[in-house]
Design a protein around this ligand. Structure first.
Ligand SMILES: [Zn+2]
Length: 261
């Protein structure tokens, strides 16, 4: 009796797993700006809508917008220069750059669809315009690489498989474990892809791409010698990023037309 139950559970589990595998296959598409095949379950318009909808809350969480129009205009200027000189201009995304008041959290981030943020804490640590271009270029890379949309689709997939596993043979935890690792790995790849694109955008807009390394040094110093484990597990090591950035600089300096990974 027990083995019959198990058989049924395994069959149901396999059916659910197959459904998610099939669904994932049907959601594969080639990103026209990076040439990379990724799992995506939403349109560019949906990405833009999600970004616009979440932007006010994100700003709120970081003390709202920085109340200096001159600095904000400077950020806009650098961001627009990166877009107008690169393939970012050919995307359907609506780019907006926000300088946030937060004086403590050294951070920059992007919402899907083109909403880009930098905190005053990070802005004030930057030594020159090129470094600001490095930060914004990296964030534009997340938008164009559709990283949020990909993460959403991937987490749906792994959750689906975890459900299938738990129905099938109490393997849910194991599959969920794989899922989490995959998301973390994606996180690392996202950062490296964004660094790579950031370097390309800097070169195209006439900025010194070497300053992206300066940005990494600032992030490294900000993290301190006792980096918290979360930082290490979800972000690539800054030294590793610097190595990859150097590779990207020589790759794109030789041929700024090449794209893809
Ligand atoms: Zn990033």
């Amino acid at each position: 009796m027990r083995s019959k139950n198990l058989k049924i559970r395994l069959l149901i589990g396999a059916a659910i797993a197959l459904f998610f595998v099939f669904k994932r296959c049907s959601q594969q598409e080639v990103n026209p700006y990076t040439g990379r095949t990724q799992t995506i379950s939403m349109s560019s318009d949906e990405e833009i809508a999600i970004g616009l909808q979440s932007a006010p809350q994100m700003a709120q969480q970081h003390g709202g917008l920085y109340p200096n129009n001159e600095y904000q205009a400077f950020v806009d200027n650098v961001g627009n220069k990166l877009i107008n000189n690169s393939i970012a201009k050919q995307t359907p995304y609506k780019y907006e750059f926000h300088l946030l008041a937060d004086p403590n959290t050294i951070n920059a981030f992007a919402l899907p669809g083109g909403q880009v943020f930098i905190t005053y804490a990070l802005f004030s640590k930057l030594e020159n315009e090129d470094q600001l271009a490095g930060v914004l270029g990296h964030e534009i890379g997340h938008v164009l690489g559709r990283h949020s949309a990909e993460r959403i689709a991937e987490s749906d997939y792994w959750q689906g498989l975890a459900t299938a596993g738990s129905v099938g043979a109490d393997m849910g935890e194991m599959v969920a474990g794989i899922g989490q690792n995959t998301l973390l790995t994606n996180g690392r790849d996202d950062e490296l892809e964004s660094d790579d694109l950031g370097v390309l955008f800097m070169i195209k807009a006439g900025y010194n791409p070497e300053e992206m390394i300066g940005v990494m040094e600032i992030l490294k110093a900000a993290a301190g010698p006792n980096r918290i484990p979360e930082f290490q597990s979800t972000h690539p090591d800054p030294d590793n990023r610097i190595e990859k950035i150097k590779e990207a600089i020589s790759k794109y300096k030789k041929n700024p037309e090449i794209q893809g990974f």
